[in-house]
Design a protein around this ligand. Structure first.
Ligand SMILES: Cc1cc2nc3c(=O)[nH]c(=O)nc-3n(C[C@H](O)[C@H](O)[C@H](O)COP(=O)(O)OP(=O)(O)OC[C@H]3O[C@@H](n4cnc5c(N)ncnc54)[C@H](O)[C@@H]3O)c2cc1C
Ligand code: FES
Length: 460
């Protein structure tokens, strides 16, 4: 009897051990993968610090590359100016008639207003993110642009009462036969109109309209400091374009991309970046995943479990004498912007792009409106309404909307010029760190606040 009991006990223990074996095996594998990732990260960190220190020694021995005034003027320029032309064999800059193109195109590819583009190709970068390749319907050259700039696009979307305008950063380097943008679908309670249309309905051969590339978030190729790109989510798009430019124009310049997402499935351009990294040892990419999914598997493919943070940046960089480029959600921009400031990075070494109202309103300082006696009145003459200025409104556009007045907008960030409105009387102010470029006698209502009573004229 005792023998039977003992045998049953041994069989029981053996079965339990067998059942636990896969768990033990999985734990050892996970530990090994984690350890491997940590070692890889430490090794990249060591290499990166060493390279930056070497680059710095080299830079302090060689005079800094002269800064071209043109580049700086362009870097400070804001929409709606067309970007500088791509070098093209056609010498005369004759105007090509508008015909069916939607805009008169100069021989060097620049144009004013909206020009028609055909969707040449659509590429799914992740489950919720699509790249759109755009070629001009007129088959003429396309304008050159600076990495970091964006297109302002106009869409005719079924069910929308009028055309919808949105901005999208160019996600490939300049000098290619077509433009590329990459759009992430916004699946909030209120799904994004254009981003979902692009991801779910846009098809090869469809025609959309675009203004010429514009924007002041531009890569400064004349500086020799290491470039540190901080991207949150879809904020990676302008960085991909910048990386292409760096590798084509300054392959010896150190470039580091810290790219943060929630889970690995959101990482876009992984294969493209892997190929690019293979051809240039001065490019470093650190993927940061803040909420890894259990499906991430053994080959995790990212180096940091957590967010892109100032502590991580300080761990990676031996000093702060770098040029920083930031693009991402509002908290990302705000936290990192403040962190870099506290770390002593000068303002002119920090360049940032906001992807819309959610980012801009919190990351940019509100304009200071001088105290004026009495209430401020805003007259919207086109709609025959005069309303009191509400200091809780971020902008004249918000004031208009809260009073049922419709003003067309694109970026809501002072970048695209869509909301420009005649300023017939009075004055407006803009956020301090925003360089606004609009026609004399107009104001950009999405970022402007009144200084005393004002009168607005024709709406866009
Ligand atoms: C200069 C610039 C460059 C940009 N580049 C890119 C890019 O490369 N790729 C890209 O995908 N987008 C980019 N954007 C954002 C893009 O222009 C649109 O704002 C975005 O696609 C949402 O438009 P929608 O019509 O889908 O959403 P809407 O219909 O306008 O909004 C739907 C809902 O989403 C919210 N929402 C609107 N915008 C955002 C946002 N940016 N983030 C989170 N929630 C938002 C709104 O509050 C609303 O609840 C850029 C914006 C600017 C100003
Ligand atoms: S400048 Fe784009 S909406 Fe105002």
């Amino acid at each position: 009897m005792a023998l039977l009991e003992n045998s049953l006990l041994i069989i029981g223990i053996a079965m339990c051990a067998l059942a636990l074996l896969p768990l033990a095996f999985w734990s050892v594998q996970s530990w090994a993968a984690l350890r491997h990732n940590q070692l890889q990260f430490r090794e990249s960190q060591r290499l990166l610090r060493q390279q930056i220190l070497n680059a710095n020694v080299h830079r302090s021995q060689t005079p800094e590359a002269p800064r071209s005034d043109d580049t700086h003027a362009a870097a400070n320029q804001i929409t709606p100016k067309a970007a500088s032309p791509v070098p093209h064999p056609i010498v005369a800059n004759e105007v090509i008639p508008a015909e069916d193109t939607g805009a008169a195109v100069l021989a060097d590819g620049t144009w004013k207003g909206f020009r028609k583009f055909r969707v040449q190709k659509l590429v799914k970068e992740t489950l919720t993110c699509t790249s759109v390749y755009l070629e001009p319907v007129d088959e003429k050259p396309i304008a050159h642009f600076q990495s970091g700039q964006h297109l302002t696009l106009r869409f005719q979307i079924p069910g929308q009462p009028k055309p919808v305008i949105r901005c999208y950063s160019l996600s490939d380097g300049p000098g290619k036969p077509c433009y590329r943008i990459t759009v992430k679908a916004i699946a909030a309670e209120q799904p994004g109109v254009v981003s979902n249309f692009i991801n779910d309905h846009l098809q090869q051969g469809d025609v959309i309209e675009s203004k010429a590339p514009a924007g002041s978030f531009c890569l400064d190729l004349n500086d020799s400091r290491p470039i540190v790109m901080l991207a949150g989510g879809i904020g990676v798009t302008p960085m991909i374009s910048m990386i292409d430019s760096i590798l084509n124009h300054s392959p010896n310049r150190l470039a580091i991309l810290l790219y943060g997402v929630r889970d690995k499935s959101e990482l876009a351009f992984v294969e493209e970046l892997r190929r690019t990294k293979e051809t240039n040892k001065n490019l470093h990419v650190v993927y940061c995943v803040s909420a890894p999914s259990p499906d991430d598997g053994q080959d995790k493919g990212y180096q940091v479990e957590g967010r892109v943070s100032i502590e991580l940046i300080q761990q990676l960089l031996p000093h702060n004498d770098c040029q920083f480029y930031l693009c991402g959600p509002s908290t990302f921009m705000q936290t990192l912007g403040e962190g870099l400031k506290e770390w002593g990075v000068p303002d002119d070494h920090v360049h940032s792009e906001a992807f819309g109202p959610s980012s801009i309103s919190k990351s940019r300082s509100a304009p200071t409106v001088p105290e004026v006696a009495g209430a401020i009145e805003v007259a919207f003459t086109q709609s025959n309404q005069t309303v009191k200025w509400d200091p809780n409104c971020e902008s004249l556009l918000e004031l208009a909307e809260s009073n049922g007045i419709n003003i067309d907008f694109g970026c809501r960030a002072g970048s695209c010029g869509t909301c420009a409105t005649e300023l017939l009387a009075g004055d407006v102010t803009y956020p301090e760190d925003l360089q606004v470029d609009c026609e004399p006698g107009q104001c950009l209502t999405c970022v402007a606040r009144p200084v005393g009573s004002i009168k607005l004229g024709t709406l866009p």
